[in-house]
Write a protein that binds this ligand. Structure first.
Ligand code: 5RP
Length: 230
């Protein structure tokens, strides 16, 4: 599938999720190319009169939302988000567990997801897998200090642990000033919930991109239409 076709599916899924937004809601704004279509659709609905405020999951999304005229807020004003719309890198059929963070925003995304009554996930069909770890590595956000030691500690769980680099070859720096280690597994994961727990216990780890039991619902666009998984 080419990029244009995939983008059309991402847009369809995003637009379906935006239908869940109601007047007066506090809305978490996700990060990535699919979430960006949701922000675009939300901006359109805002211009049509829907009242809501957005809490962005990254500086990138904040800039997009601001430029599109969406009113933004923060946790200083609202502790509880009604609905967050975000993308994912893999969605496990059946459990709806997720891998997120290939866009580098996993920490803020998890904070926003945790503060949300509902987390609507928007993906194209390629991201739907039988078991997590089929295509995507698990990104792990770590503090910069002791990166090599944390990398070695994560190697106990993963086949390969690679520091994320920018296209220029520098270490990728998250919005929180941390680094990312991408954990590649030899095959699909047997027990992602246990793995999330074990990764979190490694000193130096801030958060992992495993999102367990959080998605509600998932919108998947696959060319046959948009399917809602609850
Ligand atoms: C960013 C994310 C993104 O939601 C995820 O990487 C999917 O991105 P895209 O919609 O561009 O495929 O978790 O941290």
């Amino acid at each position: 599938m080419n990029d244009a076709d995939r983008n059309a599916l991402k847009r369809e899924a995003a637009e379906a999720a935006v239908e869940l937004v109601e007047d007066g809601m506090i809305v978490g704004l996700g990060t990535g190319s699919t979430a960006a279509f949701a922000v675009e659709a939300l901006a359109r609905r805002h211009r049509q009169g829907l009242r809501f405020v957005g809490i962005p999951t990254s500086e990138r999304t904040a800039a997009q939302a601001k430029a599109a005229g969406i009113p933004l807020s923060s946790f200083a004003e609202h502790r509880q988000i009604d609905l967050t719309i975000d993308g994912a890198d893999e969605v496990e059929r059946g459990t709806l567990n997720l891998i997120k963070g290939l866009g580098g925003a996993l920490l803020r995304e998890k904070i926003v997801a945790n503060a949300s009554r509902r987390l609507a996930i928007v993906v194209d069909g390629v991201k739907l897998v039988d078991r997590l770890g089929t295509h995507a590595p698990v990104p792990v956000e770590v503090v910069a200090f002791g990166l090599e030691v944390t990398q070695a500690a994560l190697k106990v769980f993963a086949a390969e642990v690679r520091p994320r680099l920018t296209p220029a070859g520098d270490l990728f720096v998250t919005d929180g000033g941390n680094r990312i280690l991408d954990c590649h597994f030899a095959g699909p994961m047997a027990d992602p919930a246990r793995l999330e727990d074990r990764i979190r216990r490694v000193v130096g780890v801030v958060e992992s991109g495993l999102f367990i039991g959080r998605a509600d619902p998932v919108f998947v666009a696959d060319g046959q239409g948009v399917h809602r998984l609850d």
